[in-house]
Design a protein around this ligand. Sequence first.
Ligand SMILES: [Mg+2]
Length: 388
Amino acid sequence: MLGEKVTISVIKADIGSLAGHHVTHPDTLAAAAKVLSEAKRKGILIDFYVTHAGDDLELIMTHRRGVDDPEIHGTAWNAFKEATKVAKELGLYASGQDLLSEAFSGNVRGMGPGVAEMEIEERPSEPIVVFMADKTEPGAFNLPLFKIFADPFNTAGLIIDPRMHEGFKFQVLDVYEGKSVTLSCPEEMYDLLALIGTTGRYVIKRVFRKSDELQAAVVSTERLNLIAGKYVGKDDPVAILRAQHGLPALGEILEAFAFPHMVAGWMRGSHYGPLMPVPEKYSKCTRFDGPPRIVGLGFQVKNGRLVGPADLFDDVAFDETRRLAQIVAEYIRRHGPFMPHRLGPEEMEYTTLPQVLEKLRDRFVEVKVATKAIIRRSEMLSGEERVD
Ligand SMILES: [Mg+2]
């Protein structure tokens, strides 16, 4: 017997941080919590939890108003505004950075904050995980979500559990074109991988269990640089996943993060580095503003109430992952401003690098070349014409 519908909304923004971009100030969290507390008292929210991932202020909320609800988004917006006031009073770095507009217009999407929301029919026991990453982008979830929901070497349940055996469907968003495609695994696995390997463009937005369309995961997919047209910080992503009872077990979800894969972000949103899973106490990005980090909080949702959290990466079982991440970080850092540590030219387009290159434009002179120049576009998947 399923329960009443409940919506889990995770809305986040970087509204300013302490001593650079590495960690939030506790007073900003308190200011946001005060707004949510008032919304809970008024019955708008059932429950909430305020925390941070590095310099990002994270609002985890439950309610019965569905996704994209103006009241919920307005509450989050007010929380960020109040927190920004405190950030400005304290002179925190980049105060109000992610709030791209002065006036709220009913929905925070496109206004700066990142949003992951899922309306669910609460199961008698409803374990969820909220993942929050800093110094990276939404595509950072592509690899772990693929492993969790499509790779039997990660998730034994895909083989063993009859409720999962049919597989999962992935909704993939093209963040440049604003289009989406849904692909089914295992049968379309290679097509899925052909897209989601391009993490800066194709992003897994939602995952559904194929047998009954039950939604199992959602990721925030806002891309601040495309929204703002200029670089205003990497759009550090959040995700909500449901666990157990015919879905991947909690341990199968976490297992995907035991490999610190390379993600885009880190210093100035312009570098690749390993994604390091950490407990909340280590959720601060210090070395070269990183390396990129991810925090995982486990809750039970009961009648909309958030029971918990459990700080899931606060476990010695992830020590070796962290050690490997540090070794990889040390190795790739030695490349300095060279690719592949620094991002490629398409991604750098939204940073301040083009201003530097512009200065050199008039200093290039023609040279005689023996062979015809070859122009080969790197974004082959974009459908743009290729000239060979
Ligand atoms: Mg951040």
